[in-house]
Design a protein around this ligand. Structure first.
Ligand SMILES: *Cc1c(COP(=O)(O)O)cnc(C)c1O
Length: 430
């Protein structure tokens, strides 16, 4: 199996960022998420450089929902990243990580008044998803004596080749405003006293492995940019969203890179702004492609069972990594303490959750596995821990960050006590 440069095999052990995963698992216990900081830095730079060499005024907003650990947000903040935030929690994480508020964008189709108030109080621009929301925001900003900077989220009505649950630019999704209605909503925003329409935004979906949909979306957006400029809207940024996929199958054909993305999309952006006669910032919002391959999930083998399949029962399941159960996703799997071993058996890696669907990987040819071995699930940095739960009353696991042979906790494991910490006894039970 092809391994990215931050993963390697030494003396049959899987290493990440110069540290031995077998030692990490012994030191902090399992399950354990391990993230290589240097890999995230490298990915961020690749992304930004691909765009910046074609247009200098680029802003990369990390989609915080992919992985909201503060250590990761801090890493990206230090590189100058902004963040796409989708909740009050993500907004506060972004600010706490040191991202300047003007580099955040508060997205989402269902923001509460509290969400909007928090954005206004912190001077965070808002991507508005409906006229209803526009008027609520106008009122909230007015009450606060402020002007809210806004974009509208465009629904470009595009089919994109990805899992239907993560295609967000279809005409039928809950996201955004139909592109033919966009001039009308900007006109309405121009009439609001307390909002300033300074941007435009779209995001067509996630885990997209073709460049063409991004180019099509950019085309739709630049047409709108031109119309809006003619209407007198003064656009300061054009945000084309995120969604570039990653090669979860390591031996598959090469997939598009940020360079391919930039080569296809930036010329369309440049042509559009030339026609409109403006020079706004170009914003993009990658999540998965920045953090996914930085991280492995380590799980201990509790037992091996020879049944319908050869089941390897491990201590992490869809409570910690829901993608296989939710999107039928594929993740590469290694036996971390026998990483150099010859593949000899076909195994199914099953989690500890009381559901048939709790399978992390099916029918994988791996070295012979015994109880106590360590399984590494690769490419789990995006939508891994971020989507974890306490289902089956399992405390969430710890997260460790490594860098050049150093390792440190970036989130402690929850304890059994943490499970009941937020529960309250109704008075009649006392
Ligand atoms: C999820 C999301 C992203 C990031 O998507 P990726 O597929 O992780 O790159 C960007 N923008 C918005 C609005 C999102 O909801």
């Amino acid at each position: 199996m092809n391994l990215p440069p931050h993963l390697s095999v030494r003396d049959s052990h899987l290493y990440i960022g110069g540290t031995d995963t077998v030692e990490l698992a012994e030191r902090w216990g399992t399950p354990l998420y391990v993230t290589d900081e240097a890999r995230i830095i490298e990915k961020f730079r690749q992304y930004r450089e691909a765009l910046e060499k074609r247009y200098p005024d680029v802003r990369v907003l990390y989609a915080a929902k992919a992985n909201g650990n503060l250590a990761i947000l801090r890493t990206l903040a230090a590189l100058g990243a902004g963040a796409d935030v989708f909740s009050s929690g993500e907004l506060l994480l972004g600010i706490r990580a040191g991202i300047p508020p003007e580099r955040l964008l508060f997205n989402g189709s269902s923001k509460s008044r509290e969400d909007l108030s928090l954005a206004v109080a912190n001077n965070v621009p808002v991507s508005v998803d409906s006229l209803d929301e526009l008027h609520q925001l106008d009122e909230i900003a007015g009450n606060a004596g402020k002007t809210a900077q806004i974009a509208f989220r465009v629904n470009p009505a595009l089919e994109v080749p990805t899992h239907p649950k993560i295609a967000t630019g279809l005409a039928t999704t809950k996201f955004g405003i139909a592109h033919d209605l966009i001039p009308g909503v900007y006109r309405e925003a121009l009439e609001c006293r307390n909002v300033d329409p300074v941007g435009i935004h779209c995001h067509i979906g996630s885990q997209i492995l073709e460049i063409e949909p991004f180019a099509r979306a950019a085309g739709v957006m630049m047409k709108i940019v031109s119309d809006l400029t003619a209407m007198g809207v003064n656009l300061r940024f054009v945000d084309l969203g995120g969604g570039l996929g990653i090669p979860y199958h390591h031996d598959s054909d090469p997939v598009p890179t940020p360079e391919d993305y930039a080569a296809a999309v930036v010329p369309i952006f440049l042509e559009g702004i030339r026609k409109a006669g403006i020079s706004p910032e170009l914003w993009v919002e990658p999540g998965r492609s920045l953090v996914s391959d930085s991280t492995v999930l380590l799980a201990r083998v509790n037992s091996v069972k020879d049944a319908h399949s050869k089941f390897v029962n491990v201590d992490a399941g869809f409570n910690l990594l829901v993608r296989p159960a939710m999107y039928d996703s594929y993740h590469e799997v290694l036996v971390a303490n026998r990483a150099g071993g010859k593949p000899e058996e076909i195994y199914t890696i099953a989690g500890p959750i009381c559901e048939t669907g709790d399978i992390l990987a099916s029918d994988r040819m791996l070295p012979r596995i015994a109880t106590g071995d360590l399984i590494a699930v690769l490419d789990t940095g995006a939508y891994g821990f971020a989507m974890s739960s306490q289902y089956n009353s399992r405390p969430r696991c710890a997260e460790v960050m490594v860098r050049d042979g150093q390792a440190a906790l970036m989130r402690r494991a929850e304890t059994l006590e943490d499970l009941t910490a937020t529960m309250v006894t109704p008075p009649w039970q006392r």
